[in-house]
Write a protein that binds this ligand. Sequence first.
Ligand code: NAD
Ligand code: TYD
Length: 358
Amino acid sequence: MNDTILVTGGAGFIGANFVLEWVRKQGAVVVNLDKLSYAGNRESLAALEGDGRHIFVCGDIADSVLVGKLLEEHRPRAVVNFAAESHVDRSIHGPRDFIQTNIVGTFELLEVAKSYWGGLQEDEKKKFRFLHVSTDEVYGSLKPGDPAFTEGKRYEPNSPYSASKAASDHLVRAYHHTYGMPVLTTNCSNNYGPLQFPEKLIPLMIVNALAGKALPVYGDGMQIRDWLYVGDHCSAIARVLEAGEVGEVYNIGGWNEKPNIEIVHTICDILDEVQPKSDGSSYRSQIQTVTDRPGHDRRYAIDARKIERELGWRPAETFETGIRKTVQWYLSNQEWVRNVQTGTYRDWVEKNYSGREA
Ligand code: NAD
Ligand code: TYD
């Protein structure tokens, strides 16, 4: 075993941010296994082109032969599992891929990792970690005055996406409880930042605004999410990997609950300031109410006191600093945006938004 880690889903939004930061900070080798679904993008990893510390492998976490070979060949000290289908709206239109990757894929990955871990020498066995990256959505939806989610909150997933992530969390837990596998689970709130695929709220609003398109707000826009800058999520995962107690769960959040409509207004106001429209109107005029998402969770909020108390982690960015950086990143990376807006992206937009104007 050596200092190498195996990251899955490292060509997606959070995984790519994590891999870029890990190689820059730790300088150790990352084996990056990603099947390059619509959400995976090699261009996000362009800064590591030709860097021997990044080994990219195109493949599926459910391919146990491939994963077994990678583990034997590279002898990593940890597996960090980001690979997933991650978009709630897509899970409503077609849950099958979510069951396959999030549940079956995580199961296959656990099986192979267990067998690799079981074959390690005693001191290596103690050091090995399997870190599973999950979401706050497994806890369900909160009412206005409810306390934020703690790690002890009952699982009440409401969408096919959150149900599939909940199932994967349970499998990870069971592999620790039953086989003693050294697992860690993190449940994080909504992320935003550079490299996010423009199907999620924040990047969709930025790219639609700049393209002069409608800004589709679901329902009354008063659903609340707890937003965390992606760099902060990555630093929390690194900290849990370094010092988290085996078998434990850590909630990660930004202490930053905001209704969707406020997020959209903030994006419009920043764009009005840094990229004013030629006709002098505000980007807010592009906001359009659309029919609500079925089963839409009303509110998520993370109680992140455990990770702060036990591991000394707190987010470094405020929403004000993080959202400005994010808008600036999309303004400066229009080619990245153009390249992800392929035919399949346009098909998705058509499928999810057509005929939905309220
Ligand atoms: P993403 O959709 O941007 O990226 C997922 C990546 O996984 C893609 O590169 C895709 O190609 C890859 N992938 C999908 N199926 C695969 C498979 N079977 N084998 C190998 N690779 C596969 O997702 P993201 O937003 O970066 O989320 C990463 C992880 O973090 C997910 O597990 C998600 O549930 C979790 N999470 C996300 C958020 C958020 O706000 N985005 C918040 C909390 C937790
Ligand atoms: P999203 O980014 O899809 O994350 P999640 O559903 O996992 O929280 O959506 C964030 C919030 O924004 C959610 O309440 C749904 C809402 N939303 C819109 O109002 N319009 C949109 O076009 C999208 C994609 C999301």
